[in-house]
Design a protein around this ligand. Sequence first.
Ligand SMILES: C=C(O[C@@H]1C=C(C(=O)O)C=C[C@H]1O)C(=O)O
Ligand SMILES: NC(=O)CC[C@H](N)C(=O)O
Length: 884
Amino acid sequence: MQPRILLIDSYDSFSFNLASLCHQSLPSPLIHIIKNDTLTLPQLLPLLSSFTAIIIGPGPGSPTHAQDVGIIPALYALPNAHLLPIFGVCLGLQSLGVAFGAKLRRLRVVKHGQISEVVHGGVGIFEGVGEVRAVRYHSLCVDLPSPLPPSTSVFIHTHTSAAETTFTSELEELAHVDDELTENGRVIMALRHRTKPFYAVQYHPESVCTSGGGLQVLQNFFKIAEEWNAEHGRVLEPLEERRTVLVGAPWPRARTALSSSSSSPRTAPRKVHTTTLTHPSLSSRIPELCEALGVLEDDGAPFVLLDSAAAPGRFSIIACLTPHSPVLSYRVGERCLVQTTSSRFSSSSSPSPPGGSSSPGGARIQRHELGDTQDVWSWLKDYMDERRAEGGAEEVPFWGGLVGCVSYEAGVAGSGIPLDARRPRFAEALRPSTAQGRGEGERRKGESQHSDFNLVFVERSVVIDTHTGRTYVQSIVDGDEAWVRATGVIVGEVADKPIGTGLISAGESEATVSAVGKPVVTLPNKERYIRNINAAKEALYAGESYELCLTARTKVAFPAASSSSSRKSKTRPSSSWDKYKKLRASNPAPFSAYIRLQPTTLLSTSPERFLSYSRPTVANSSSSSSSTSTPHKVQKQLCQLRPIKGTLRKSRPGSDSPITRAEAEHLLRGSAKEVAENLMIVDLIRHDLGGVLGPRVNVKSFCGVEEYETVWQMVSVVEGVWEGECGHADGEGGRGGGVGWEVLRHSLPPGSMTGAPKKRSMEILQALEDSERGIYSGVLGYWCVGGGGDWAVTIRSCFKYDDAHAAVEEPPSSSPSSRAPSRASSTSNDIRADDFSGDATEEWVIGAGGAITALSDPEAEWEEMVLKLESVLRSFGALESRGR
Ligand SMILES: C=C(O[C@@H]1C=C(C(=O)O)C=C[C@H]1O)C(=O)O
Ligand SMILES: NC(=O)CC[C@H](N)C(=O)O
């Protein structure tokens, strides 16, 4: 019978990595993963006879807090009749220790993402194991009671071999590390119970940077477990169907090309019409092309550009929207999506959509109720299944589809955290003065009333391959050849214009901006930010988190004069487009974007890919698992994530010569702190990806250093391949949508913007940060009608909501001193610290932040946040005196 493993997940962000290691350690194991608080012991006891062993994973919090460990203590106290082998990791080891009298203590110097040499005796789970260099993620550790003179204590007696030995504990140390005496001294790294089949390690065998102590240790444990089971007459019983519901299907869950919950699409795939043009000059004329395609015509009309303004970006996607392009918006907590189509455009060749109502402004608004078993993601999946297309140019990643942005809060709520919640424990511990109760289902008071999903369905597009100079004019509308031809002509005209004869000259553009006037910049309150850093560090010391990405918001308000320049013109010229052009030029980035989906406008110069997934490819299966004799088809999809952690200013204070690549590599890759920050997110992302894809996840590159306009960044690349049966809708051998969208849904918000473990970190950040993050920290990108997608982390960007200035207003400073001007107020602009009260017509929000670890220096973290902020602020003309 296949080995069956029960993995207890304590809401950690490394659990699927541990599942993956189990998968490699055993022949075809069935791994069931449950949270530590989903089952009671009476529910679990009758199931245990079906399991070879239990793995107790790591987690935030403490083994002495009942709500952190759930059922774990009960497992170490199993009655003999139900006993089975258990392997604990980190919190799992600490719980084993506490269960059998070990003393829990806080480390003096916590270890998060750091590698230590583990000293072991080469026996038991360490048999045959050589040098172990292991990654640690812990703030707590356990000590066994020290041996006492025989006459003074109540001993626990056990009998080993012939000689009677007296022990002070039922536990035996199998490994330790020797931290510096000024740090933590000797710290236990592995334990076993002397008589029960319980083993545990304090380090993380599943981390990508652990060497020696991973696979072989798990293999040894499973060997010992199987021997113990045989010796004790444990014959595995089949897991009855009715009981499987309690522990769920084994991981990874089988996923067909179409999610099992989704109905099969009623429509045949659309055809993509493409014209390919070659204009090498176009790569440098993307803004001009957008202007030729109408971005300046009306600021109220939707316009979207997903731009690749720097390496490693490649394709720039211009959405050519029509009056009937549906803009979909959705706010977390609601049961309907709102679809808006506009009739503000001057011309269209698309037919009118059926149904719907007209608003006084000419916009048509349709509400789509979510079905009883539907959430917004499954609704979008069905929407995309109905609109799938084929036949486009294979080398073009986007043929049409949904484009836009998804907020940070959409991910928070999707992780099961209520947006109105501040866990009382954190609220009390971290911010005693601001904890307030809120009603069920409400967002925090004064929070954004804006949509968390802002997407438009794009049928026509121009995609520029900035590497090859090839430009693709594409439409998925039937009979759209005339539009494709006409647009090809416009593309050619822009490409052929002599340099310096742009449609809008640089001079004109400048004039618009200068008429807007100097912005009023309201920086985050430094004192409060530093207080939050210290509170975050306290949470890290307590074992509540391993890394926290703390952020704050800056507001940039343009005075009322800004509208004067537009009075002369009939339509509203787009001041946001001017700002985007300046931002793009001053901070070129691979995931730049201009997304204008009123009332939301987002300007991005993000360097960070969150997730891309290739268009699924179909191949004949080479596996013999198919029961039918006909060759069956499988789909493959490559998923890639590129987390960034580690940021270094390029300029050198007081010098004209910037930091060179060699120096940056030395400073970033040589820093234990920066590498640890990156490693933690890499492990988190492996887990996120593994949750959907299973064990086929690889770290393709670790801590590479990439150059951007103002900063050096340390970037890792994590990839995974999904392989699955073609869904029923693909009976003809066509391809379905793949599972990339599911990876996206399950991995939001981006781990690099939360820290690890994700859930607890989000809760702590929610308690610390004063307002919702909104669009910042979420993702922007596309979901292609061919099944691929590419989403960037929304950072180094700014956004505005046109219908409310107060949407992300932070509460006023609590102390008079917090109004003191911060360092940046020495610039020529009016930069204030958190006391904004301007009569603005246009208010932009810029989020910025950074990962806080136990090693963080608060001043340096504030500077890092300001550095990231500056990369955007510069383009507002707000930072002349700071240089770059
Ligand atoms: C929080 C931001 O950036 C995040 C934090 C980084 C870091 O701590 O080094 C790097 C990239 C992002 O994942 C931001 O740009 O605002
Ligand atoms: N990785 C873990 O399981 C950590 C356990 C515990 N929260 C600590 O910080 O020590």
